[in-house]
Design a protein around this ligand. Structure first.
Ligand SMILES: [Zn+2]
Length: 270
């Protein structure tokens, strides 16, 4: 069984110490997939200076030299991998970036180029800002050949571009939902990789304020029982002492099983 960690929102506004604070005692054992924003535009959240919440100004990652140096060191030490987390992560009046932007194709292209040029990192995974993807956003990401790590991705064929595997995947998810006694409205994380014609998708379990250890271990145990894999997703900027304890205890729970391998999130798709 593969177990991975994804952490969202590394960007120009991220002090390297903020990542160190959360992961210093984690990433030697479990590499962290840092879902990174190449040209961050501010929005309302902790860790982004208030004057940039609505300034609309874009901050290229390369302008934070301390951070890019730290990221390169982390990548070289295999403590971290880099995935693409939108292009600007900006919120539009009518939706999140990969729902509402009119040019998702360009955003994928420019974002990838900037991360590859700035960090020299191999990038094979896309994490949608706010886990939100329109049909066109999904098509743009799939066309670039990037795999998607999401949480609560929609599997409805009407919500996604059609390819030769769409229908079979929809049936797989539906069968799993029925076999586990879930209603259509119940949110759940499908514990296997879904492979489409040009990309693959995998769902993560979110660790946010309020998430309990029991919820996460139940998700892990279910994935384990059915022969699936498990990825935890969180945001370094909201990890407090309580969330950190939950994180450590989930990893501790997972490490009790001899067949569990802690991997970089990219390996979930191998
Ligand atoms: Zn984000």
């Amino acid at each position: 069984m593969k177990v991975a960690i994804r952490d969202d929102d590394t960007c120009y506004f991220t002090p390297p110490e903020a990542l160190e604070r959360v992961y210093h005692d984690v990433w030697d054992a479990v590499p962290v997939c840092l879902a990174t924003v190449p040209f961050a535009i501010g929005y309302e959240r902790a860790g982004i200076p208030r004057e940039h919440w609505h300034s609309g100004a874009a901050f290229p990652l390369e302008r934070n030299a301390d951070l890019t140096a730290a990221l390169k060191t982390l990548i070289a030490a295999r403590r971290a991998t880099i995935s693409l987390h939108g292009c600007t992560h900006q919120d539009f009046p009518d939706g999140f970036e990969f729902q509402a932007a009119r040019d998702p194709e360009r955003r994928v292209r420019d974002g990838l180029r900037h991360l590859r040029d700035t960090l020299g990192a191999a990038i094979s995974v896309f994490v949608p800002p706010h886990n939100a993807l329109s049909r066109r956003g999904l098509a743009a990401v799939g066309k670039a050949g990037l795999n998607i790590l999401g949480s609560f991705l929609s599997f409805r064929p009407s919500m996604r571009p059609w390819d030769r595997r769409t229908l079979a995947n929809w049936w797989r998810v539906r069968r799993f939902r029925r076999a586990t006694g879930r209603m259509k409205s119940d949110r759940f994380v499908y514990p296997y990789v879904l492979r489409y014609a040009r990309h693959a998708e995998f769902g993560c379990h979110s660790l946010i304020p309020g998430t309990t250890l029991e919820e996460l271990t139940a998700g892990f145990d279910e994935a384990r029982r059915v022969g699936g894999d498990f990825c935890l997703a969180t945001h370094y900027w909201e990890v407090d002492d309580r969330m950190k304890q939950v994180l450590l205890r989930v990893l501790d729970h997972a490490s009790r099983f001899a067949d569990v391998r802690f991997v970089a999130a990219e390996e979930l798709f191998a």
